[in-house]
Structures are given as structure tokens and as C-alpha cells.
Design a protein around this ligand. Structure first.
Ligand SMILES: [Ca+2]
Ligand SMILES: [Ca+2]
Ligand SMILES: [Ca+2]
Ligand SMILES: [Ca+2]
Length: 283
């Protein structure tokens, strides 16, 4: 049976009873159920109840009950009554009436910068209560920034999110991707994927010479500035910690411009001075 809208009618083949009058067909009964009722008609020639229809009175839901087994009983008016029985087996066909549902609204993942192309960052998933092709879910990106689109890809079938470009922590530390989970009937759900890029020590400290005196008088006083430098390292945390030192055997030292007297030992770009520090011990 193709079960559709409420009020749909299905003709059932009429029962026959060779007897007449009270002993003839008197009544039909359908086993108790939530979805179907019977309507019985008197024949044009006056013989009773020989046409019967089954009417859908409440909607069917395949996701709840895929099959219904009913029993139709036709009884006569004899004493004792005689009955005839028919089994009605109903299979409810699936309609695409459920949208995919993402397993999580927000996925969070971490990935190291410089990870190779093809690295799986995370995988999104979704379920759809429908059957077969109506329940098939495909994944795609929705509202994803131009830069992120070049760096990540989502597998339409598995929901795996992979790297397709070069991640640079120093350029961007996090990305947000919106993933659309759709079935083939236009139903969909969306979820967010927040990807944090973690730092790798891939930058060396850079020393910039801001000013430099190439000559210095032998009787210059200790504390005379010989050079001004700027140092920085683009990495974060310990990876970006810079310490400056100068050969121990030379009569110079390096100190922070910000805190004179302190060594340069910093996470942020900082300027320092190279000072004439002591007289060379000459024999
Ligand atoms: Ca369905
Ligand atoms: Ca569906
Ligand atoms: Ca980098
Ligand atoms: Ca780095």
C-alpha cells in the first residue's frame, strides 16, 4: 500500500456470505490501531456492508513504526455468528521528512603549524533519521573565509577536515569553519569547527643593528654606547624567548635599553645597547 495523506482510502475486497438476511454479512471489525479506521457502505441493491474501505485517520511515521499488521474480521448475524478473517500487512515507505542533525554544534581542534598537507584535523558527523538515500548526509563548507578555504577541505562523505595548505602560526592562530550537513532533499544542519594553530619553533631571533660606531677611542669611559640593536623572534612563549650575549673575552657588554643594567632576556621585540664595559687588561 502506498500510504500518504490523512483521509486516503483503500478499497478492501468485500467479503461474501452466501446466506441472506440476518444470517448474511452484518459487520466488519478492524483490529485496534492508531492509524486506520473502516468505513462501510450499503450496496445500491440494499445488501448490507458489502463494500468496505480502510481510511487513514492519523499520519504514519516510518521512523516510529515501519510495519503495521492488522486483522479484518467480517461477521454475519447468525447465532452463533460465523466470521471470516483477513490479515492486512502494511509497509510504510520512507519519505524524506527528517533533516540531518550534527553530532555537535561546535567542534574544537588543535593542529601544529607547518603540519603536512593531508593531515586530518578533526571529523564532523551527523545523523539523519530517514532511510536509505533520504538519510544520506553530505558535508560541505558554508561561510568560510577565503584564506581558510585555501587551507582546509572537508570530505563530503566522511566529514574529515584535512589541511590543504601551509599553516603559519605567526600569520593566523585560529580559524573558524562553518560546515553544512545536507541530505539530498534540501534539509540541512550546520556546525562550527574552531581550529587552533599551535606554535612550532620555526623562527630564529633576528638582530637588527640600529646604530653602530665603528671606531671608539681607547680612553672612552666604561658605559659608552658602541651600538644599538633591536632583537625579536616571531615565535610565541618559550619559542620566542630571546637572550643576548656577547663574547666574554671582550671588553663590551650588552644590556637592555628598557632596563639599563639588565641583560636582554625578552619575549617581545626589544632594543638593547652594546656598551664599552671594561678596559682590556693589557700587560
Ligand atoms: Ca522519513
Ligand atoms: Ca533526511
Ligand atoms: Ca611559522
Ligand atoms: Ca612558530
Amino acid at each position: 500500500l502506498f500510504i500518504s495523506t490523512i483521509g486516503s482510502r483503500y478499497d478492501l475486497e468485500a467479503a461474501r456470505d452466501a446466506d441472506v438476511g440476518e444470517n448474511g454479512l452484518q459487520n466488519y471489525n478492524l483490529s485496534p490501531n492508531d492509524n486506520f479506521a473502516l468505513t462501510q457502505h450499503v450496496n445500491p441493491d440494499g445488501s448490507k456492508y458489502s463494500i468496505v474501505e480502510m481510511v487513514l485517520i492519523t499520519p504514519l511515521d516510518r521512523e516510529k513504526d515501519e510495519e503495521h499488521a492488522l486483522v479484518l474480521v467480517a461477521s454475519d448475524g447468525g447465532s452463533p455468528p460465523r466470521t471470516g478473517t483477513a490479515r492486512i500487512h502494511i509497509t510504510v515507505l520512507d519519505a524524506n521528512d527528517n533533516a540531518p542533525v550534527c553530532s555537535k554544534q561546535v567542534y574544537k581542534a588543535e593542529v601544529q603549524e607547518n603540519s603536512p598537507v593531508g593531515t586530518v584535523v578533526t571529523a564532523v558527523s551527523a545523523t539523519d533519521a530517514d532511510k536509505g538515500v533520504n538519510g544520506e548526509v553530505t558535508f560541505s563548507f558554508a561561510h568560510v573565509g577565503q584564506q581558510a578555504k585555501l587551507l582546509f577541505d572537508v570530505d563530503s562523505k566522511t566529514g574529515q577536515i584535512k589541511i590543504t595548505g601551509s599553516l603559519d602560526y605567526e600569520r593566523s592562530k585560529s580559524y573558524q569553519l562553518n560546515v553544512l550537513a545536507s541530505d539530498h532533499g534540501g534539509y540541512s544542519d550546520t556546525c562550527k569547527v574552531i581550529i587552533q594553530v599551535t606554535d612550532v619553533n620555526d623562527n630564529s631571533p633576528i638582530i637588527q643593528l640600529m646604530s653602530f660606531s665603528s671606531t671608539i677611542s681607547e680612553d672612552a669611559l666604561p658605559g659608552t654606547t658602541v651600538a644599538v640593536i633591536n632583537v625579536h623572534d616571531e615565535d610565541s612563549e618559550g619559542n620566542g624567548l630571546v637572550e643576548c650575549s656577547i663574547n666574554n673575552d671582550l671588553p663590551f657588554k650588552i644590556e637592555s635599553s628598557l632596563m639599563p643594567g639588565s641583560p636582554i632576556n625578552c619575549r617581545k621585540p626589544q632594543t638593547g645597547r652594546c656598551l664599552k664595559w671594561a678596559y682590556r687588561m693589557e700587560k
